[in-house]
Design a protein around this ligand. Structure first.
Ligand code: BGC
Ligand code: BGC
Length: 631
């Protein structure tokens, strides 16, 4: 009865005023009625759309070229923030919301009022946004071996992203990194496809739990506190020869299916809304032009029903040099099955090019309809038509204390203890909180930017402590030791200073400088200068624990003997307190290597299961300690 009474009021919302030859009348639009079945809404809307409107839906542009007018004029279906692309430096959540809503109002002011979907790389928390919680990068999460924890991180990230008015993230990266020389190796949970598969639990965290009985392959987003996810980069991104970014993955069908594909099976079962195509090639064929794998396998065989998005200028890079033959790129990419193109800047070139090809029957209308149908399916499913505009109700979620506690927990769980003293000195950890005087050293001890790594505030990451709010490892140590313990910090002390300092022990924090795509590719995998001399100077003179901040295993074999204890901390993010929690025994070490730790780079690639496997520390290695009982 109550429902019946409410219905007419509700109906008013879906009656729109239309003007036809001067006559104003209200029209009932089926697609705007959330009571209609999903497919009815999609079909109804699709039947009303012009070619221009359809191609607009398939176009994703960067926020720097977006505006109310552009959204309206070109019927743009989606906007993104590239790495580090923000409405203003240190923008507040409200500033983000205002920007997103402005673009959205442009979309809503079009004839059919189809909402746009805003997407962003939230790959370790909402990492472009000032004061967001920055979680450990995926490699560290792989070390936790805890999918339930990763799911909670997904839910927290979704809330922080929604806090800024954004409903879509380009995460998770489910690459299976098979060679740490790849600069994106830290975006990969593990070299082991089973761990990557398990960590797809982040998808129900981001999108919300799939209702029981959901049909396989159908995208799902629970509501306004969740976001659409994107499994990327399909497929084989982590398998390129010598770990060269965007390069060629050489493996047979069995290798592709067994190593790089399992994460996609699981993602699809879990209702992932979108899949991003990889820049890389498989056996010489660019994935952005691979119809067999994108349409044949992903859409037809695996029955993925969400939309496929290209990578940034991904279709341009089908040719070398990139953009050498854009009309060919459009044809090859759209024909392969890409539904939405991350253009991201020169959108009129894309729109005009695709329009020409459809009008000239180079690309069939059925292909365009498939793409638009998928995009609309995601938008309808997630409730974007009912709730296109963001409000400020979630702004307090951004960088909340609760999320920082969760990140701190993740840091604790991600630490892998590789060595813990020798002989009479073992175990060295946990360290005593009470000591007359201790030394903290190393380039990474007091550098929030370094401990966050790439994809933090800026695309390639930053150095220093002013990029966002968080706790450096040095501050964490100071917070944790006994108030009477004197903490001396010297970034790179010489041996004499250390010797004469009468320190009870030292903590040395060194590692890699931040990097992301391409810039992070490395063939030597060294600790950044002067890290190894800091290790030598300090560890040669006093008992030391070395904490390594890196996106991957690095060369340490020559220094293992001099380092009394070694902790792999990966790229922990803003909550450095988690490192001190474990060093001083408030919690035990539990992390396990998600990757093989090589002896020398000429062993690479080196993965668990390889013949003649001879690592420095094997995949799965990790010493444990018990928490210290204190009262
Ligand atoms: C953008 C990144 C993007 C990259 C692609 C950068 O300028 O900020 O988001 O991934 O270009 O090359
Ligand atoms: C990266 C993607 C990212 C996109 C947008 C690309 O360069 O490969 O992972 O989602 O840029 O920033």
């Amino acid at each position: 009865m109550k429902k019946m009474a409410r219905a007419p009021i509700f109906m008013v919302g879906i009656l729109v005023l239309c003007c036809f030859s001067g006559v104003t009348r209200a029209e009932y639009l089926k697609y705007k009625d959330p009571k209609q079945p999903l497919n009815t809404r999609i079909n109804d809307l699709l039947s009303r759309m012009s070619l221009e409107e359809k191609i607009g839906q398939m176009t994703q542009i960067e926020r720097s070229v977006a505006s109310f007018e552009v959204m309206k004029k070109y019927y743009i279906g989606s906007v993104l923030s590239g790495g580090g692309s923000v409405p203003a430096p240190q923008a507040s959540a409200e500033t983000w919301i205002d920007m997103v809503n402005d673009f959205q109002n442009g979309s809503l002011s079009t004839r059919l009022g189809i909402p746009m979907i805003y997407g962003i790389d939230a790959v370790h928390g909402h990492n472009n946004v000032y004061r967001a919680t920055i979680f450990p990068h995926n490699v560290g999460l792989g070390a936790t071996r805890d999918p339930a924890l990763v799911k909670r991180i997904g839910a927290a990230t979704a809330l922080e992203v929604r806090a800024t008015g954004i409903p879509y993230v380009f995460a998770p990266c489910i690459a299976v990194c098979r060679d740490p020389r790849w600069g994106r190796c830290y975006e990969s949970y593990s070299e082991d496809p089973k761990i990557v598969q398990a960590m797809t639990e982040i998808i129900p965290g981001l999108q919300g739990d799939l209702p029981a009985g959901s049909r396989k392959g159908v995208p799902y987003v629970a509501g306004k506190k969740n976001v659409a996810a994107c499994s990327k980069h399909y497929v084989g991104d982590g398998g390129t020869t010598n770990g060269v970014n965007e390069n060629n993955t050489v493996t047979d069908w069995h290798g592709l299916l067994g190593i790089h594909m399992p994460g996609y099976y699981t993602s699809i079962i879990k209702g992932v809304s979108t899949v991003m195509v990889s820049y890389s090639s498989w056996n010489g064929v660019k994935m952005h032009a691979n119809g067999n794998l994108v349409t044949g396998f992903l859409k037809n065989k695996l029955r993925f029903r969400g939309f496929v998005i290209s990578d940034w200028e991904g279709i341009d890079r089908i040719t070398s040099p990139p953009h050498a033959n854009y009309s060919y790129s459009i044809q090859a990419g759209i024909s392969a099955g890409i539904d939405m193109v991350m253009v991201p800047s020169n959108f009129t070139e894309f729109i005009d090019g695709l329009t020409f090809q459809v009008k000239n029957k180079i690309i069939p209308m059925s292909r365009i309809d498939d793409a638009v149908r998928r995009i609309l399916r995601v938008k309808f499913t997630m409730g974007l038509f009912e709730d296109p505009l963001a409000d400020t109700s979630l702004v307090n979620q951004l960088g909340s204390q609760e999320h920082r506690e969760l990140a701190r927990e993740a840091v604790r769980r991600s630490l892998v203890l590789l060595k813990n003293g020798e002989g009479a000195d073992a175990p060295l950890l946990p360290l005593p909180k009470k000591a007359p005087k201790i030394l903290v050293a190393g380039s990474h001890a007091d550098n929030l930017g370094y401990q966050c790594g790439g994809w933090t505030i800026q695309w390639q990451g930053l150095s220093g402590n002013n990029l966002t709010s968080g706790t450096t490892i040095l501050s964490a140590i100071k917070n944790t030791v006994d108030p009477k313990t004197k903490v001396v910090y010297e970034e790179n002390p010489d041996t004499d200073t250390v010797k004469s300092g009468k320190f009870s022990y030292a903590i040395v924090v060194v590692g890699e400088h931040p990097y992301a795509e391409t810039f992070g590719d490395s063939s030597n995998l060294t600790i950044a200068d002067p890290g190894t001399s800091t290790i030598g100077n300090v560890c040669g003179a006093v008992k030391c624990v070395v904490v390594i901040i890196s996106g991957r295993p690095v060369v340490i074999q020559p220094y293992v003997a001099v380092m009394d204890a070694i902790v792999a901390a990966w790229l922990p993010g803003t909550e450095g307190q988690g490192v001190a929690d474990v060093l001083f025994g408030d919690y035990g070490f539990t992390g396990k290597l998600p990757r093989t730790w090589f002896k020398t780079v000429d062993q690479l690639p080196l993965n668990v299961g390889d013949p003649h496997y001879d690592p420095l520390f094997p995949f799965g290695f990790g010493l444990t300690t018990a928490p210290v009982k204190r009262n």
